[in-house]
Design a binder for this molecule. Sequence first.
Ligand code: DC
Length: 230
Amino acid sequence: MNKIVIAIDGYSSCGKSTLAKSLARKLGYVFIDSGAMYRAVTLYAIRNSLINGGTPDKDAIIAATCNMQITFRFDPETEKNTTYLNGEDVEEEIRRLEVSEYVSPVSAIREVREAMVRLQQGMGAEKGIVMDGRDIGTVVFPDAELKIFMTADPEIRAQRRFLELQAKGLNINIEEVRKNISQRDFIDQNREESPLRKAADAIVLDNSHLTPQEQLDWAAGKAFEIIERL
Ligand code: DC
């Protein structure tokens, strides 16, 4: 069967990775969470004091990107995708609120984006990939056969994210989560480099009132329609 590229973009905490992961599993495709790559760069910057007084040291971070090896490993038994930074499992650490606070300004650095986009395009060279992020349908894979742009009510997104972080045992309050989501949406849409935009040929999916299974059925239907036509 012919393989396609599926690009999923959208706002923060819309459940893009949940959909991308389940869709990849259903199709037997590779799943890549491109946000995890920007999070890994941000974690490296935090650990190496490259963020001072809340501002990323752009030149130092650009220089450091060549020291960062970011890879993913999929465990078929647990069905978990794990992010590695220079061989270390950083999956849990990159999801912390401290990383979320700085990831948008770090990912706004042009040279950081160029390095990540190169890696992402390499990962999709053979097709058979579902990648989620902010610029996948516009910049990384402008020729993707299926592009989905996800959105959901901001309050519903904050509630979902809050419950997810709480379930991980993190001590946070919902106000912090609301603030973080709206700040990231603002920076992601207003940065100069590859701002978050719906690609002209993307299909909008508002999942405010959909279950994960309903959104998967919808997206898989779209994917199979395209694959059958090839
Ligand atoms: O998907 P996420 O929330 O884990 O992504 C974290 C941040 O990374 C997000 O606020 C913006 C940035 N990002 C990006 O600029 N481009 C991507 N393709 C993916 C994420």
